[in-house]
Write a protein of this length. Structure first.
Length: 258
């Protein structure tokens, strides 16, 4: 592919973003799990848990995220509010996705229960930090809150930390789902008080490789420094909604083998 001018590159990415941000995107993507719900808190919990296990084979992610919500009786918020470890922990016996197992699942439910005793929604936690320019930078504060109750040390690895130079791909994907408008029928827009301008691209092997081929990213590792580099580049194309280009980068990588 010949080197594009900035305008040509923006036009190319706008075209690809529009191509892939359509409801049939849900057919092959883990976002289909939280899409089953209408209550804000159900969408948050199903979305957060799905995003947490969103690595590896996408069919496997969808299958296990479905199982996770089925264990919760397909009523995530009710389940979290009424969770009793003595009564309900055994429901998760045998649950596993890659390195995320039943021990992690039970703690995540307990941590969410603790969070919802303090906040009406997960959005309400993040609104406290609306002075941050990037929602990504709040993840460290969220992780401290999430693990503020007694926890298995092994479970901390399942939430990235930007302070440790993680790109925090999965939780940034969760943010995209919650914040971006649902006018295209894909993301949910249930966090109406947080601007899409604060979002960061869920940087993974696909979006990273495509971004490098297009000259948007020079850093070789998909880490926090690479995320900042990519964020800076995408904001030059659309400062109000930079993460719409996640669809372009991901679609080019996964569906077009760009």
């Amino acid at each position: 592919m010949k080197k594009l001018t900035k305008k040509e590159l923006k036009d190319f990415l706008d075209e690809k973003a529009a191509l892939y941000e359509k409801p049939d995107f849900l057919d092959t993507d883990p976002i289909q799990i939280p899409a089953l719900y209408t209550l804000k808190q159900d969408i948050e919990i199903a979305g957060f848990l799905t995003a947490t296990i969103a690595w590896g084979n996408r069919k496997s992610i969808i299958k296990n995220a479905n199982r996770f919500t089925e264990i919760m009786g397909n009523a995530p918020y009710e389940f979290v509010k009424n969770f009793n470890e003595e009564l309900h922990a055994e429901l998760f016996e045998g649950f596993v996705h890659r390195t995320f197992n039943s021990i992690d699942a039970v703690f995540f439910i307990k941590a969410l229960q603790n969070l919802y005793t303090k906040f009406n929604s997960m959005e309400d936690f993040f609104i406290q930090f609306n002075n941050y320019s990037r929602l990504n930078d709040v993840i460290h504060d969220f992780k401290k809150e999430f693990f503020s109750i007694p926890h298995p040390e092994r479970t901390k690895k399942h939430i990235g930390d930007p302070v440790k130079n993680s790109s925090c791909k999965r939780i940034n994907m969760f943010f995209r789902w919650m914040v971006r408008s649902n006018k295209q029928g894909v993301d949910f827009g249930v966090w109406e008080n947080i601007s899409p301008s604060k979002l960061s691209c869920p940087l993974d092997v696909h979006s990273g490789n495509v971004a490098r081929k297009l000259g948007l990213l020079k850093r070789k590792q998909n880490d926090g420094k690479a995320l900042l580099e990519l964020d800076t580049a995408l904001r030059k194309f659309d400062s109000k909604d930079p993460v719409k280009y996640d669809y372009a980068l991901f679609g080019l990588g996964v569906f077009e083998k760009f």
